[in-house]
Design a protein around this ligand. Structure first.
Ligand SMILES: Cc1cc2nc3c(=O)[nH]c(=O)nc-3n(C[C@H](O)[C@H](O)[C@H](O)COP(=O)(O)O)c2cc1C
Length: 314
């Protein structure tokens, strides 16, 4: 059976502009979770709050917005605006690892507090106009945290659970904890999505063999590093026009950012962040990628990109 693939939310990267252009050039994804926006009680009054999500995106893979917060009433109010915008599911971020978030008991900072998660979900699931899914990690500091949380998740009518098997304190470092994922999967009564470090076909094949019950998979960094990966994971051949597709994607994204960001520094920062992942598609090109990351002007950046794309590639 074909795997069902989600594009992971990468705040600052997989925004509306990126999604539109990426999905036009690179097939393979079935759905995406948008990067989080904050759940706020005054949600309805701030159109700018929804600029990454309004109007509802189509065509392209199904998009599920994501909310970050620990107040159920704010979640319910923000989900109502998303329902009015036409979305049909909302995801709750229980995984964000950054201390400024987690120290306020948001994102992964809530994972050690099962009673707070339970009371949040009681209200959110009862009052949200949209079905709720949850994206989380194994814990903030301890992979045992998920074992306490799973009965709570099971007791609520969630649309799905997406699990990235790292701890919050790990940020994005270290290995994914596959045993931790297996323990959680054994307890999970919901559709469970695996997320973390899917980078190539061989690794994906190993994960599928290890977790034969998992039908849905989520990829973030690996799919930006290698935009042809989602299609390959579904068995299709990206063909020979790889460089042309990457160049067209780059040029549209770059033109898009030049159109919406003020000042070259912001445009270059955004593009360099993308290159931080996409550079992996250009093996043995370290010195040319280095020129991109060192570019301080639009002219230097464009020169470096042209050189990279015209360099022979093995
Ligand atoms: C720069 C960056 C931003 C991220 N932003 C979000 C976010 O907004 N919401 C979220 O749930 N996860 C976020 N994540 C986590 C990813 O969605 C994903 O869980 C993680 O990168 C592991 O998957 P991967 O190895 O396929 O990238 C972010 C990760 C990175 C690196």
């Amino acid at each position: 059976m074909q795997p069902f693939l989600y594009l992971a939310p990468l705040h600052g990267v997989t925004n509306r502009l990126f999604r539109r252009i990426y999905f036009r050039h690179f097939p393979g994804f079935d759905a995406a979770i948008a990067p989080f926006i904050l759940a706020t009680r005054s949600a309805g009054s701030q159109a700018s709050h929804f600029k990454d999500l309004a109007p509802r995106e189509e065509p392209g893979p199904r998009l599920v917005p994501q909310l970050l917060g620990n107040e159920a009433s704010a979640f319910v109010a923000t989900a109502a605006v998303l329902a009015d915008l036409g979305y049909d599911e909302v995801d709750w971020n229980l995984g964000c690892p950054f201390p400024v978030v987690a120290n306020k008991r948001r994102g992964s900072g809530l994972l050690p507090f099962p009673e707070l998660v339970a009371s949040f979900l009681d209200e959110a699931c009862a009052r949200s106009r949209l079905p709720v899914s949850v994206k989380l990690r194994l814990g903030r500091r301890d992979p045992g945290e998920i074992l306490e949380l799973m009965p709570i998740l099971n007791a609520h009518p969630l649309a799905r659970v997406i699990l990235h098997p790292r701890l919050g304190v790990q940020m994005y470092r270290g290995e994914v904890d596959l045993e931790g994922f297996a323990r959680a999967a054994g307890l999970c009564a919901h559709e469970l999505v695996y997320n973390g470090d899917i980078r190539d076909e061989a690794g994906f094949a190993r994960l599928r063999a290890t977790f034969p019950g998992i039908r849905e998979w989520m990829l973030g960094r690996g799919a930006i590093a290698d935009p042809f990966l989602p299609a390959r994971l579904k068995g299709s051949d990206p063909g020979t026009r790889r460089t042309e597709a990457l160049l067209a994607f780059h040029d549209e994204l770059y033109a898009g950012y030049r159109g919406i960001l003020h000042g070259p520094a912001h445009v270059l920062d955004k593009m360099k962040e993308v290159w931080g992942y996409l550079g992996a598609s250009f093996p043995n090109s370290g010195h040319l990628l280095g020129r991109i990351s060192q570019a301080r002007t639009i002219e230097a950046y464009e020169r470096a990109v042209r050189r990279l794309f015209s360099a022979p590639r093995g």
